[in-house]
Design a protein around this ligand. Structure first.
Ligand SMILES: [Zn+2]
Length: 159
């Protein structure tokens, strides 16, 4: 019998939960809208599910590798289980809509979650986009700040 649930490319086992990262284009239903936005960005932005042992339903995130650090090796078939040390510098982020307070341009923003264990403390490995790329308004006026921005509205059916 075929298992139709897409399998992660990497599964990282942490003391308090698992992080499943998807890199071959197929993602579970709960990650589809996140993956649609990330597909327009660099490869270091990957759809991911974070499951706490005590809350197993799993949260939809973008796992974001630092620009100067490659993602782990893949395996030909099945799920690779890299050493959790390969997560050094990786930040987990949510995709959310941001609107520029100056020009009202809308963006899908990859927005870091700084409240998570491990990942929340690794933001210094990243450079944030600060300010609105549409009008040039700085962060203080536009309130735009994110790991990455993608223009426009969320379109869940795009891959
Ligand atoms: Zn603007």
């Amino acid at each position: 019998m075929e298992d139709r649930t897409p399998q992660p490319t990497w599964r990282f086992s942490l003391p308090w939960g698992d992080l499943d990262v998807f890199a071959d284009g197929r993602v579970p239903e709960s990650l589809r809208s996140t993956a649609a936005v990330l597909a327009r960005l660099e490869e270091r932005f990957r759809p991911a599910l974070l499951r706490f042992h005590r809350r197993p339903e799993g949260g939809a995130y973008a796992a974001v590798w630092p620009p100067d650090r490659p993602a782990p090796a893949r395996v030909a078939t099945g799920v690779a289980r890299p050493d959790p040390r390969e997560l050094e510098g990786v930040v987990l982020a949510e995709v959310r809509s941001l609107t520029c307070h100056v020009c009202a341009a809308r963006f899908q923003a990859v927005y870091p979650d700084t409240g998570l264990p491990l990942f929340g403390g690794q933001l210094s490995a990243h450079r944030l986009v600060r300010g609105c790329p549409a009008c040039g308004g700085g962060f203080a006026t536009s309130r735009i700040q994110a790991l990455a921005l993608s223009p426009g509205e969320l379109s869940p059916d795009r891959r």
